[in-house]
Ligand binder design. Structure first.
Ligand SMILES: [Fe+2]
Ligand SMILES: [Fe+2]
Length: 196
């Protein structure tokens, strides 16, 4: 039914659009964190505020809001029996791996404490690993997961996911914490006050 498909496509593209916009923001931040990792490895001065706020953003938003939304979409796919399991398993594995990378990174900073001058190499490696994992993950989702969701879910699925009908965190997650939107704006991202 062309009308219904167009309606589903519109709702789908809105929610997928939010996720892709997040990916664009993540990409800018990951580039900045990658540069800080290079500075660490080279023994140069690093921007600790950027590192702290950037990593907090990844934990508080990417891990706690963005990924759960993707998991909610995946759950819908599974309910519709539209996923043969491979995409879902891969998505969950990648989210777990990213969580491990972030934890490793945070504990590397914690272990370094005041002694970051002598532990630059492990910090640089932990940062590079997290950046590399997250970049690959976002590329994989845009090539595999988002298209699969766009093909399989209908207008009602997207409407419920968008409006938070099932406890979804999307509406409450926007606007971003000002600390994070300020950081993204400083890095050149376009982040409006209402998060739209
Ligand atoms: Fe994800
Ligand atoms: Fe994502």
């Amino acid at each position: 039914m062309p009308g219904k498909r167009a309606e589903a496509g519109g709702a789908s593209s809105k929610l997928i659009g939010i996720l892709k916009e997040d990916h664009n923001h993540f990409a800018v931040l990951l580039d900045a964190l990658d540069r800080q990792a290079d500075l660490f490895a080279d023994g140069e001065a690093v921007d600790y505020e950027l590192l702290e706020t950037g990593i907090s953003y990844l934990r508080a938003y990417a891990h706690a809001v963005h990924h759960p939304l993707e998991e909610a979409i995946l759950e819908r796919l599974s309910e519709r029996a539209a996923d043969d399991g491979l995409v879902g398993r891969e998505l969950s594995l990648q989210h777990e791996r990213l969580e491990d990378s972030l934890k490793l990174l945070q504990s590397a900073f914690h272990d370094a404490g005041e002694d970051q001058s002598t532990l630059r190499q492990p910090l640089a490696e932990a940062l590079h690993r997290m950046v590399s994992d997250m970049r690959a993950h976002n590329v994989w989702e845009e090539a595999n997961f988002f298209p699969a969701a766009g093909r399989a879910l209908g207008a009602q699925d997207w409407a419920q996911l968008s409006t938070g009908a099932e406890g979804q965190a999307v509406p409450a997650a926007r606007p971003l914490d000002p600390r994070f939107s300020n950081l993204l704006q400083q890095l050149g991202c376009s982040v409006s006050a209402d998060g739209e």
